[in-house]
Design a protein around this ligand. Sequence first.
Ligand code: AMP
Ligand code: GLY
Length: 426
Amino acid sequence: MNILIIGSGGREHALGVALKKSPQCEQLYFAPGNAGTSTIGKNLSISDIDIDALLDFATQNKIDLTMVGPEAPLVSGIVDIFTEAGLAIVGPSKAAAQLEGSKDWAKAFMVRHNIPTAKYETFLDYDTSIAYINKRDTYPIVIKADGLAAGKGVTVALNFEMADDALTDCFIDQKFSEAGAKVVIEDFLKGEEASIFAFTDGHVIKPMTPAQDHKAVFDGDKGPNTGGMGSYSPAPLVTPAIEDNVYNDVFLPLLRGLQAEGIVYKGIVYAGLMIDKGEVSIVEFNVRFGDPETQVVLPRLKTDLVTILNAVSNETLDSVNLEWSDDSGVCVVLASGGYPGSYKKGQVMTGLEGDTQTCYVIHAGSEVNDKDETITKGGRVCGVVSIHSDLKIAIETAYQRVDQVQFNGKYNRTDIGFKAFKSIKS
Ligand code: AMP
Ligand code: GLY
């Protein structure tokens, strides 16, 4: 099969690695890809949001299956456009992608279908929202731009000033343009976060193995949130009982709700969970795989990923059994110093040789220049993935490899995966 993967992050490189393992995968294309994806497939100079160009490419090059990595093309409706053209594609319809594309829509959907989530109200202007904040004097309180804001639209406000700044960003300074014209204000949820992805073909929904992400930039979960500085799977915080709860109280009502509302969803669902003393609440739904959780979930998948994605697309997922290895996976992200703020690009990367089957570099914001050097191109540059039956050894091995990969300004957390031991203890 000819498979097109849309996107350029670590998630897309990890998807490529997993798909490449399948004997059914003949040729992989990435639009636009990164330095890592060019070693396992062909990078195209097509942006991940240029739907017309993606459609032209897929039609002219007999692409058998398209897998969409990031949310932006999904929210723009790429799945409806490809489906209309008779092309097989994995992802939610434009209507379903509102689960990630509009916080207000997602919250209202969760309320309609009894999915546990924080209480919220939605606002359309500064005056009404600030009056609401004034009335409510308990902090933290969470303020969210309604639309896609590249991970920067959420503020956990610890006091009135922070809340005011967040509302000013959205309504007065219009920092997120249309995405901030509506604001959701919700109750703060206590607890620890975890992610569970699921495959759905619109008829059944099959959860994947749980993972945990490390969102904060500094060790000990300090500092501002990033796209994710590292991950591990399985996540011992998510006990089998919690997995059952998530299936029965989150994924099934989600699927039934979509069916009842006539919304087509054939793709990946990402449940962002808050777990507090065994109780689960949904922080957010995303309509795609998470990054960097994918890097540790997919290597543990024993079932052929091409078979699964075909079944999602053909609506035959019921016939596929997901099998997982008992190994642990960890991914340590190497970032450009300064990220998630401003940072330098174009730094030459070294120490990239020496991948093994169980410890290897997954590329993200990197590219190959005209001197054939691999250089940095983004905030999250790459990640070291390590897989072992013992999480402790997986972590040690990952950090040995992290030391080998060098570029000016390299920054990484030094405590990725340690949270798991705390959960195991308790
Ligand atoms: P979201 O884009 O909705 O996932 O929010 C980004 C991050 O903000 C989450 O991963 C949480 O760390 C935090 N967050 C969002 N909503 C809440 C909430 N209601 N309570 C506590 N933390 C939250
Ligand atoms: N790891 C968080 C996300 O992919 O949204």
